[in-house]
Design a protein around this ligand. Sequence first.
Ligand SMILES: O=C(O)CCC(=O)C(=O)O
Ligand SMILES: [Fe+2]
Length: 321
Amino acid sequence: MDGTLAGICPFLTSADELRNLEYIQRAWEANMSALDFLALMQEEQRKVKMAKSANQANLSPSMAKNGPLGEETSKGRSQEEMGSSENVKNIENLDNDIPPIKIPEKAPLSPPPPAPAGLSLYEDFIDEEGEMALANFARGEGGWNMLKHAKRRVLEIKKGDDDWGGGGRAYIETLCEALLEMGIFPREFPPNHALINDYTSEQGILPHTDGPMYYSTTATLSLESSTLFFFKKRLRTEEIGTVKDEIKLKVLLRPRSLVVFKGTWYGSFLHGIDEEQEEQCGEGVLGATEGQRVERGQRISFTIRHKLMENHPIGKKGQGT
Ligand SMILES: O=C(O)CCC(=O)C(=O)O
Ligand SMILES: [Fe+2]
């Protein structure tokens, strides 16, 4: 077997399938050649502490001046990334007490070119009833873990052999069906893993990549509170300490919004949330106006991904969150 895409997967023929595979390959290659995850976490922890003490909460001046930059242009974005009005339909919930998910008619927000393609923000992806059902479900579940290296708590839910179970889990199934229907995940790599993060108003998440343990698409639903999500360039080991890891983009994640990132945004950028109870938006924050204040409360997020099988050639070396 040669190392080309066609060599690895000769049965894949459509451009979409090949592009999806390219995403995985890119993330994989980036991870194989990049720094050790633990070293990255330690370095980032140190930087976050330093940044906090210097009280730097806003966008870097270069970001404010230049806007989000990227290597790829958004030309040729697929229908799937732009949204499609032909696709409008309700995904009925398996549990009748929980509302259906309406596939949005409106195209999502995306950073303008020259930012890379592959980042979409769907505001009001679910309604308040759905938000309450999901938050109540999450709070009522056992099995929450307090992380050692962070203060927030997390709950992992994996798709079983047949389904995700009944009750509130049916909502996750519905959510995943909507993500498939919208083409956010390809049918070959359907969502099979949900990570629920529960943050107090002052908690965040250190900059990280979700790694090659997952198919290179992440979809995160936010509940109950807004927060500012940032992307910054992923540095190579030798660049740490010498090259500035500038913020590339900030995104305002409002309650009930869904942010999706794939491709370059998944593999070549780190994402995170600062530990700030209140932040002010600079210029170019996706989904926000300049100067807008973001006050945080308790926030629950559902991060939906496709976890690659342990013995998958791409997944076995990986470390995700
Ligand atoms: O809570 C969020 O919005 C981000 C969560 C995340 O990045 C992760 O769990 O990997
Ligand atoms: Fe993440």
